[in-house]
Ligand binder design. Structure first.
Ligand SMILES: Cc1cc2nc3c(=O)[nH]c(=O)nc-3n(C[C@H](O)[C@H](O)[C@H](O)COP(=O)(O)OP(=O)(O)OC[C@H]3O[C@@H](n4cnc5c(N)ncnc54)[C@H](O)[C@@H]3O)c2cc1C
Length: 410
C-alpha cells in the first residue's frame, strides 16, 4: 500500500503527540499550526511549569473526568500516565512528582516539554506547516485534505487537534468545532470550566485584591454540598478566583438551572470551640474598644468591615457588651462566610473548555469519526474535560497518541 499522508490540524499537546506517533507509524505527516511556534498554550500551563500529568492509575484519571469518562478507557490503556512519564523522560526531560501526585519537569520549565515534543516530531520526520487551516475537504464522505488561505493539501487522513475555545490568544479559537459541525458532527455547547466565579452580590468587590491562604471552600448546589477543598483563593472586582476557586468551578456545571453558593471557612484549622476561646481572649484584650477595632489579630484588614457586617453586630458596640448569641453569629460568619455565585467568567478566561465534539460519534478505540472516513479527533476539541492536577493534558496526550497511531494504520 502507498504511504499514507496524514494532516494534523493544531500543534498543541494533542496535535504534537498525534503527529509524532503517526510519523513513527510510517505515515507522511503534515502538522498545521497557525501560530509561529507550536505549543503556545503548553507554555503557560501550570503557571509556566507545566503539570504534565498525574502519577496515578487509569481509574484515578477517570474519577477526575466528570463528563464522558468511559470514552477514555482505550486511550488511557494505550497511553497511560506511566507512559507519559516514560515518554518525556526518554525525550530527555527529567520529571518530579509534587503534592497531589502532580508531575512537573524537574527544571520547572514548560518550555522543556515543548522542546522535547518539537524534537520528537522533527526526528520522526513530521513536516511543520505554519498556516491556518480554514476547511477540511471531503469527497464521497471521506476526507481528501485540508484547505488553508494559501493552498490545498491533499491527505488520506486528517486529525483535528485544534483545542478548545479558552485563552484564545494562544490560538485555541474553537475552529475544530466549526470543522466538526460542517462535517455533520454534533458539537455540545462550549462552556467554561476551571474558571473564576462571579458573585451575586457586591461583597467581594470590597475585598478586591485580598488573597487568602489556607482557607476551606465548600460548594453548595441547590443547598446540597457538592465539593469541598482547602487552599488559596483571591477576591476580585467581580467575585472570586485563585487555584481553590478554579478547581471548585469544575463542580458547578449547571448555572442557569441550579443555584450555587460558596461557604468559606476562614479558620479551618480551629474548630468552633477553639475559635470561640480565641475570640474570648481577643475580646478580653480589646474589651473597651469598638467591636470593629477588635478583630485586627484575627482577620486581614480588608475583611474586617465585611465580616462585621455579615455578623449583624453593630460595628461600634463596645466589645464588653457583646453577648454570647452575638459571638455565636460571629463564629458562624468566620466558619461559613457566605458568597452567592451568579455564574462563571467568560470562556476566554477559563483554563478549560467543557463541551465539544460529541464522543458518541467517535470510536473510543481509534478516535476516528463514525461519520466521515479518514477523520480523527484528539484533545480538548472533544467533549471531555477534567479537574485540575495534570488530567487535562493526560487527555490530550492519550487521545493524541491513539489518534496518531490509529490514523497511521492502513
Ligand atoms: C493558563 C492555563 C494553564 C493550564 N495548565 C494546565 C496544567 O498545568 N496541566 C494540565 O493538565 N492542563 C493544563 N491546562 C489545560 C491544557 O493546556 C489543555 O487542556 C491542553 O493544552 C489541550 O491540548 P490540545 O492539544 O487539545 O489543545 P491546545 O493546546 O489548545 O492546542 C491547539 C492548537 O491548535 C492550533 N490551532 C487551532 N486552530 C487552528 C487552525 N485552524 N489551523 C492551525 N492551527 C490551529 C492552536 O494555535 C493551538 O496551538 C491549562 C490551560 C490554561 C489555559
Amino acid at each position: 500500500m502507498a504511504m499514507l499522508t496524514i494532516a494534523v490540524v493544531g500543534g498543541g499537546a494533542a496535535g504534537l503527540m498525534a503527529a509524532g506517533m503517526a510519523a513513527r507509524g510510517g505515515a507522511r505527516v503534515l502538522l498545521f499550526e497557525k501560530n509561529q511556534k507550536v505549543g503556545r498554550k503548553l507554555f503557560i500551563t501550570g503557571k509556566g511549569r507545566c503539570n504534565v500529568c498525574n502519577d496515578c492509575d487509569a481509574q484515578t484519571v477517570l474519577a477526575n473526568v466528570p463528563c464522558n469518562p468511559r470514552f477514555l478507557y482505550s486511550a488511557l490503556d494505550a497511553f497511560s500516565p506511566a507512559d507519559v512519564k516514560a515518554f518525556f523522560e526518554q525525550e530527555g526531560v527529567p520529571l518530579k512528582t509534587e503534592r497531589g501526585n502532580r508531575v512537573f519537569p524537574v527544571s520547572d520549565k514548560a518550555a522543556d516539554i515543548i522542546d522535547a515534543l518539537y524534537r520528537f516530531v522533527r526526528r520522526e520526520g513530521v513536516k511543520l506547516v505554519q498556516e491556518e487551516v480554514c476547511e477540511i475537504a471531503t469527497q464521497d464522505a471521506r476526507v481528501s485534505g485540508v484547505r488553508t488561505a494559501r493552498s490545498f493539501y491533499g491527505a488520506d487522513r486528517v486529525i483535528v487537534a485544534t483545542g478548545g475555545a479558552s485563552y484564545p490568544a494562544t490560538g485555541s479559537t474553537g475552529d475544530g468545532y466549526r470543522f466538526a459541525k460542517a462535517l455533520g458532527h454534533t458539537v455540545s455547547p462550549a462552556r467554561p470550566s476551571l474558571v473564576p466565579l462571579v458573585e451575586a452580590g457586591a461583597l467581594c468587590r470590597e475585598m478586591m485584591g485580598l488573597s487568602l491562604k489556607n482557607v476551606s471552600v465548600t460548594v453548595f448546589e441547590d443547598n446540597k454540598k457538592v465539593y469541598e477543598d482547602f487552599g488559596e483563593m483571591l477576591f476580585t472586582h467581580f467575585g472570586v478566583s485563585g487555584p481553590l476557586i478554579l478547581s471548585a468551578s469544575a463542580h458547578m456545571r449547571h448555572f442557569g438551572s441550579k443555584a450555587y453558593r460558596l461557604e468559606i471557612d476562614l479558620k479551618p484549622a480551629l474548630d468552633r470551640k477553639t475559635l470561640d476561646k480565641r475570640l474570648l481572649s481577643d475580646f478580653e484584650k480589646h474589651k473597651n474598644s469598638d467591636f470593629i477595632n477588635a478583630l485586627g489579630e484575627l482577620l486581614p484588614r480588608k475583611m474586617i468591615p465585611v465580616v462585621v457586617q455579615a455578623s449583624g453586630i453593630d460595628p461600634h458596640a463596645k466589645v464588653n457588651s457583646i453577648t454570647k448569641e452575638q459571638r455565636r453569629r460571629l463564629l458562624d460568619t468566620l466558619k461559613a462566610f457566605q458568597v452567592g455565585i451568579s455564574g462563571a467568567r467568560p470562556i476566554s478566561e477559563a483554563i478549560i473548555t467543557s463541551g465539544g465534539v460529541s464522543v458518541r460519534e467517535i470510536s473510543p478505540k481509534t478516535m476516528a469519526s463514525k461519520k466521515v472516513d479518514g477523520l480523527f479527533f484528539a484533545g480538548e476539541v472533544l467533549d471531555v474535560d477534567a479537574y485540575t492536577g495534570g488530567f487535562n493534558l493526560q487527555i490530550a496526550w492519550s487521545t493524541g497518541y491513539l489518534a496518531g497511531v490509529s490514523a497511521a494504520q492502513g
